[in-house]
Design a protein around this ligand. Structure first.
Ligand SMILES: Cc1cc2nc3c(=O)[nH]c(=O)nc-3n(C[C@H](O)[C@H](O)[C@H](O)COP(=O)(O)OP(=O)(O)OC[C@H]3O[C@@H](n4cnc5c(N)ncnc54)[C@H](O)[C@@H]3O)c2cc1C
Length: 411
């Protein structure tokens, strides 16, 4: 049987694409190497702007609704900031992803678990995808297999990525501790080069993690232990400890090739400033589904419109995020001071999380000042990346093995 769309990967990007294509009447097959529910290294933070994209309510899988953030600087000097409305939902990826996948199945999408995709080849009428020992036929292909995915590369659309790295684990605290966190999440800034540490409370446990530039990889375990102690726990209490890459797009690599396109982490669409990836996964999946529908109906000659649209919408936003990330890490301490003293900065952050403001709005507001800042950021980015690469000493692939060799990656 030939499907209209074959989606490789049932994370938020793949399930959103499948759901949107399915509800438009396309026949969709979604393949994942895992059986669901499955977990995935992630803080499980779903910003309000991400939740607003979805045409259904996420509350069945929301474990906390956050309206208060506790900031600290290198595990000291903490202060709190609250907002009158929710800024983020916290969930567990095992629950969120199973929920999104079920939404797709409910509109008629066929799902095959334990279907590890190993090969993809072009056929006259579309694509052929080898999962396990079975070849599946489709008219179009969606690469949605995440940061370590192979589908985009096999389909001829490898993303050029700069890789961050994160390490996270969970702690089940003593009775009473969770109530203290209730609607609060913690961010510790200044300790991890190129990133931050966090504490996200869930229904019955807390998720604590650290992430940053990949050069920080070998130090993450030490930093995580320190952070865990700072929040009043012991490293020995950590369970489910996992490391994973954070793929951030660099340069202008393609997002489509013929009848194939890439969404979410497979396309490196992570927010360079915050490491938030669920927003882009959903956004790119929804955008992709519109162009898949146009292509399948014959209204569009190719899927190129998907890439054109992201170049108008999401990609400039991610570029602005990259500039802000570089500026932020020029002086994270200044940011913490601003956050402590300026209600305007705090409100801007909350509006960004709620989708009421974008990085491009920030850029517009700063006017000429932004261009100067962008220039400083570009030069800093170039110099620090060259330094990091030199310190890192070696080829891309070699580096990946070296770093993650010390962290436990998911199967
Ligand atoms: C430690 C950490 C914390 C994070 N915290 C947050 C956060 O709090 N909020 C946020 O917004 N983002 C966060 N992110 C980023 C977020 O997890 C990702 O951006 C998001 O999961 C991307 O979704 P996706 O659907 O593109 O890919 P994924 O969620 O990675 O899904 C990919 C799917 O493809 C499947 N797959 C992979 N290879 C194959 C194959 N060969 N064949 C078949 N199936 C395959 C996998 O099993 C998986 O189900 C975090 C990331 C990390 C590493």
């Amino acid at each position: 049987m030939q499907h209209d769309v074959i989606v490789v990967g049932a994370g938020p990007a793949g399930s959103t694409t499948a759901f949107e294509c399915g509800r438009r009447g396309a026949s969709v097959l979604i393949l994942d190497r895992a059986k669901f529910p499955r977990d995935k290294p992630c803080g499980g933070g779903v910003s309000i702007r991400s939740a607003k994209l979805l045409p259904f309510d996420l509350s069945p899988v929301v474990e906390r609704t956050i309206s208060w953030i506790r900031f600290s600087w290198r595990q000291s000097g903490d202060f709190g900031r609250d907002y009158p409305q929710p800024v983020t939902y916290l969930t567990q990826r095992s629950r969120l992803d199973a929920f999104l996948l079920q939404k797709a199945v409910d509109v008629g999408v066929a799902f095959v678990p334990h279907a590890q995709v190993k090969d993809i080849r072009r056929a006259k009428s579309g694509v052929e995808v080898l999962a396990g020992a079975v070849w599946h036929q489709g008219r179009t292909l969606v690469a949605a297999d995440g940061a370590n995915g192979i589908a985009a590369r096999l389909a001829g659309i490898p993303a050029r990525l700069s890789l961050g790295v994160a390490l996270e684990g969970n702690i089940t605290p003593k009775e009473g501790v969770l109530q203290r966190w209730n609607a609060t999440m913690g961010f510790d800034l200044g300790d991890v080069p190129g990133g931050y540490g966090w504490l996200f409370p869930k229904g019955d446990h807390v998720n604590v993690g650290v992430g940053g530039w990949r050069t920080a990889g070998p130090t993450l375990r030490r930093r995580l232990d320190r952070l865990v102690r700072y929040y009043g726990f012991e490293p020995g209490q950590l369970w489910g400890l996992r490391g994973h890459y954070l793929p951030v797009r660099t340069g202008a690599s393609c997002l489509t090739e013929g009848n194939a396109l890439a969404v979410g982490d497979a396309a490196g669409l992570l927010d360079p400033l915050t490491g938030e990836g669920i927003y882009a996964a959903i956004f790119s999946g929804q955008t992709a589904s519109e162009h898949l529908a146009a292509y399948l109906s014959g209204a569009a000659p190719s899927l190129a419109g998907y890439e054109d649209e992201l170049r108008e919408t999401l990609l400039p936003e991610l570029d602005a995020g990259r500039t802000l990330h570089t500026l932020f890490h020029l002086s994270p301490r200044m940011y913490v001071r601003l956050q402590r003293r300026s209600p305007k900065v705090w409100q801007a952050v909350c509006k960004l999380l709620r989708g009421e403001r974008s990085y491009l709005d920030v850029r517009r507001r700063l006017g000429l000042g932004w261009h100067l800042a962008a220039l400083i950021a570009a030069v800093t980015y170039l110099v620090t990346s060259l330094r990091r690469e030199a310190a890192y000493g070696g080829a891309h692939g070699q580096g990946q093995r070296g770093l993650l060799g010390r962290l436990r990656t998911p199967a």
